[in-house]
Design a protein. Structure first.
Lengths: 115, 112
């Protein structure tokens, strides 16, 4: 079974600054996906960024980027130029690439962007 | 855009009542999921379905059942609601062969 650990229950960052959210996971699979999902106060969970394990290049989506360290089983999210709208719960998730399609989530990090 | 719609945002039920939480998706996705979200525990999978009339237990199925009579609709059933089922419930769908899950807006259920 896979496990996903987010060691930072809460974080805060000043507007326009950069923040990094940590995530580690444990798996014996070689083919899998990793995700960061965002859940703002409105509750709609939306995908921020996705990384395929077989790709060495770190995924990037505008101000969001990841640092994927496969050997260390680490998958951190960096948010650059933080904006007030980034205030949300952030969940790291592991997806089994073998076809079960289940996602295993971490417990989440509550990020507050301070004006 | 993919749309996953849950029938209620807020629901208050009494202990012992039978509760139905409905979820509909409009993108013809094969896979559908019910998660429970509690503070400090993240999201935990209750049940999922990969086809009509097919269902699989997730990590915390006790006290719940599901129904999938049509591809677009996946219902979560609490046969006899209890106070420890007070929680946020999230429905999600995923395309066969896909990797991204699309979520509904969540239902905040309170059992009194």
């Amino acid at each position: 079974a896979q496990t996903v650990t987010q060691s930072q229950p809460e974080m805060s960052v000043q507007e326009a600054e950069t923040v990094t959210l940590s995530c580690t996971y444990d798996t014996s699979e070689s083919n899998y996906y990793l995700f960061w999902y965002k859940q703002p106060p409105s509750r709609q969970m939306i995908l921020v960024i996705r990384q395929e394990a077989y790709k060495q290049q770190n995924a990037t989506e505008n101000r969001f980027s990841v640092n994927f360290q496969k050997a260390a089983k680490s998958f951190s999210l960096k948010i650059s130029d933080s904006q007030l709208g980034d205030t949300a719960m952030y969940f790291c998730a592991f997806g089994d690439g073998a076809g079960s399609y289940q996602l295993t989530f971490g417990k989440g990090t509550k990020l507050s962007v301070i004006p | 855009d993919v749309k996953v719609t849950q029938s209620s945002r807020y629901l208050v039920k009494r202990t012992g009542e039978k509760v139905f939480l409905e979820c509909v998706q409009d993108m013809d996705h094969e896979n559908m999921f019910w998660y429970r979200q509690d503070p400090g525990l993240g999201l935990r999978l209750i049940y999922f379905s990969y086809d009509v009339k097919m269902k699989e237990k997730g990590d915390i199925p006790e006290g719940y059942s599901v129904s999938r009579e049509k591809k677009e609709r996946f219902s979560l059933i609490l046969e006899s609601a209890s106070t420890n089922q007070t929680s946020m419930y999230l429905c999600a769908s995923m395309q066969l062969g896909g990797s991204e899950a699309f979520f509904g807006q969540g239902t905040r259920l309170t059992v009194v």
